[in-house]
Design a protein around this ligand. Structure first.
Ligand code: WQD
Length: 296
C-alpha cells in the first residue's frame, strides 16, 4: 500500500520506515525535521535498498498536508514532541504541536478521503499505574503535560471516528522505546542533550569520566529506582506494520492497544545490563527525583 508516515524521520519513525519498506509498502515521509533527521532517512534507504518519498512540512499545516495525502491508503501519525521533562517547561508548544497537529492532520485526511490511521499514543496517558502490567482499560490519569497531550490526541481521534463512520484507527500506547536496528546503522541519536535514560547511558558509557545521574532512589520499587517497560524499537516497528493490516480490515471505530513486554526494569537494572552488554563501567550517583516521574 501507499503509506504516509508523519514523523518518519524520528527515532521510531525511521525504524518504522525500514520495516514498512521491507514489507513492500511504498512510503512517503512527512516531517518538519525539528527533531528527526534526513540522515536517518538516508540510513533507512541504505538498509533497505529502497527509496522514500520525503515531504518537509509542519504537521499543523493543513494546506501542505493535503497534497501529501494524495493516493495514500493509510496514515501513521508519529509526529509529536515526546519529552516528559521538556513538556513541563514548554506546555503551550506541546499542546499546539501535538494536539493542534492531530486536529490538522485528521481534517486533511477527511478532506482527502483517507480514512485509515495508525496513531502513536503513549503509556504516559496512564500516569502512576495502580495495576502493573497496566491493562488498556486502566483509568487515564496522566501526570505530565506530555501525557495529557497524548490523551487529548486520543480524544481527537475518537471524536473524528464518531463523526466519520468509514474512518478506522488503531491507537498504540507505547511504553519506553529503546534499542537500535540490528545492522547498527540506525539507532537513537537525538539532537542535542537527550532526556531519555537509554541515550544518556550510551553517552555516559562513551564519555571518559562521565557518570549517570539516577533521578530518585526512594521510590516504592524493589531497588528504590523507577521501573519502566522498555520495549525494543524493532518490535514497535513490527507492531505498526501489523496495525496497518488490522486497520485496513477494520470496518470502523478505534482499537486501542498497549505495546510493551509486560515486564518492568528499574533504572539500576538497566544500567547494569548496559554495563554487561557494553563491557563498560558506568559510574552513577543517586540524586533527587525528577518532577513528573512515576514510580512504575
Ligand atoms: C526513564 C527513567 C527517569 C534519565 C518515556 C518517553 C516518553 C514516553 C514515555 C513514549 C525515569 C530515569 C532518566 C537520566 C534517570 N514514551 N532517568 N536519569 O520518563 O519514562 O518517558 O516514556 O511515548 O516519550 O520519554 O523515560 O527515559 O526519560 O526515563 O534516572 O539521566 O529513567 O527518572 O525514571 P520516561 P525516560
Amino acid at each position: 500500500m501507499k503509506l504516509l508516515v508523519c514523523g518518519g524521520a524520528g527515532y521510531l519513525g525511521s525504524h518504522l520506515c525500514v520495516t514498512l519498506l521491507q514489507v513492500g509498502h511504498d512510503v512517503r515521509v512527512y516531517d518538519d525535521f525539528s527533531t528527526g533527521t534526513r540522515r536517518a532517512l538516508a540510513r533507512a534507504e541504505a538498509i533497505t535498498g529502497r527509496t522514500l518519498e520525503v515531504v518537509e512540512g509542519d504537521v499543523r499545516d493543513g494546506a501542505r498536508l493535503r497534497p501529501a495525502l494524495a493516493g495514500v491508503h493509510a496514515v501513521l501519525h508519529l509526529a509529536a514532541k515526546k519529552s516528559v521533562a521538556e513538556s513541563a517547561r514548554r506546555p503551550d508548544a506541546y499542546r499546539d504541536n501535538n494536539v493542534g497537529g492531530t486536529i490538522a492532520l485528521l481534517a486533511a485526511m477527511r478532506a482527502e478521503g483517507v480514512r485509515r490511521l495508525v496513531f502513536s499514543s503513549s503509556a504516559a496517558v496512564y500516569g502512576d499505574a495502580t495495576v502493573v502490567p497496566v491493562p488498556e482499560q486502566a483509568p487515564l490519569r496522566p501526570t505530565s503535560v506530555y501525557g495529557r497531550t497524548k490523551q487529548h490526541m486520543e480524544q481527537v481521534v475518537a471524536e473524528r471516528a464518531a463523526a466519520w463512520p468509514e474512518f478506522a484507527a488503531v491507537s498504540l500506547r507505547y511504553f519506553n522505546p529503546v534499542g537500535a536496528h540490528p545492522s547498527g546503522r540506525l539507532g537513537e541519536s537525538p539532537r542535542g542533550e537527550p532526556d531519555n535514560l537509554m541515550p544518556r547511558l550510551a553517552r555516559a558509557a562513551g564519555t571518559r569520566g562521565a557518570s549517570l545521574r539516577v533521578f530518585g532512589g526512594d521510590y516504592p520499587t524493589p531497588d528504590g529506582t523507577c521501573v519502566r517497560d522498555y520495549v525494543h524499537v524493532q518490535d514497535l516497528a513490527q507492531a505498526h506494520a501489523a496495525a496497518i493490516e488490522c486497520v485496513v480490515r477494520s470496518d470502523g471505530g478505534v482499537t486501542t492497544l498497549n505495546l510493551g513486554t509486560g515486564r518492568g526494569t528499574s533504572v539500576l537494572q538497566l544500567l547494569h545490563a548496559f554495563e554487561q552488554a557494553s563491557g563498560r563501567r558506568i559510574p552513577y550517583e543517586i540524586v533527587d527525583r525528577r518532577p513528573g516521574d512515576i514510580a512504575a
